[in-house]
Design a protein around this ligand. Sequence first.
Ligand SMILES: NC(=O)c1ccc[n+]([C@@H]2O[C@H](COP(=O)([O-])OP(=O)(O)OC[C@H]3O[C@@H](n4cnc5c(N)ncnc54)[C@H](OP(=O)(O)O)[C@@H]3O)[C@@H](O)[C@H]2O)c1
Length: 232
Amino acid sequence: MDIDLLDGLDEQVALVTGATRGIGEQIALGLADLGATVYGGARETGDISHDSLIPIQLDVTADRDIATTIETIDDAHGHLDILVNNAGIGGPRAPLHRNEMADIDDTLDVNLRGPIHLTRSALPLLLRNDGGRVVNVSSGMGALGEGMSGHYPAYRISKAGLNGLTVYLHGEYAEEGLIANTACPGWVRTELGAPEAPKSPAEGAETPIWLARFTPGSPGGTFWRDLSPIDW
Ligand SMILES: NC(=O)c1ccc[n+]([C@@H]2O[C@H](COP(=O)([O-])OP(=O)(O)OC[C@H]3O[C@@H](n4cnc5c(N)ncnc54)[C@H](OP(=O)(O)O)[C@@H]3O)[C@@H](O)[C@H]2O)c1
């Protein structure tokens, strides 16, 4: 698909959740390479070791962390151009009837409530400049059209909910200039993925970084994989 991309991200401010490792680390580094000021969200800020990132304490299940993060970015810049909701956990693998409710709650908290709360809090900053981008890192495992079979019930349902957040954001805020999209990174060699997965973390970061470069007026409300739209 032919889409105009920003060549560089100078003067732009980005926040990436779960930037300590895996796909999030690569997204954060990629945005910093393009010139953005990048806040790397981490439960332990010491886990971020790259000089090109600004570590920020952000457990997406901690309401206080979310409030402090947004205040910090507002005080320092007065705007946020890119929010990448990347942090995620796999949750229990077993079929639903063998899941503990506490594990289901944890999965929904990190993968769905966290992004909802963080996005809600970031929206005033994202809407300050035309063309603010929200990139939700989801999964084909949450695609309603891909069968939803093969365990991981809470993960699948949380990602279907995250996709709902994307479509909602587009419906509600596109006219105000927000560009909200969902990315499936593919199957990636990370702790959450598997050692035998075909993609490196850098390859998994490609589509999220590409979405973060969309110019004002670009498409939103769409689910992307490998730089192409896919079905919800
Ligand atoms: N890997 C795949 O094959 C694959 C496929 C489809 C979608 N995805 C999605 O891609 C995203 C990144 O996954 P990954 O494969 O890179 O996984 P990963 O290597 O396990 O990294 C997960 C990241 O999320 C962070 N995190 C976990 N709980 C958090 C919390 N409560 N608050 C803030 N951060 C938290 C972790 O931080 P700590 O270092 O503090 O634990 C870590 O930075 C996830 O949303 C995942 O669902 C991955």
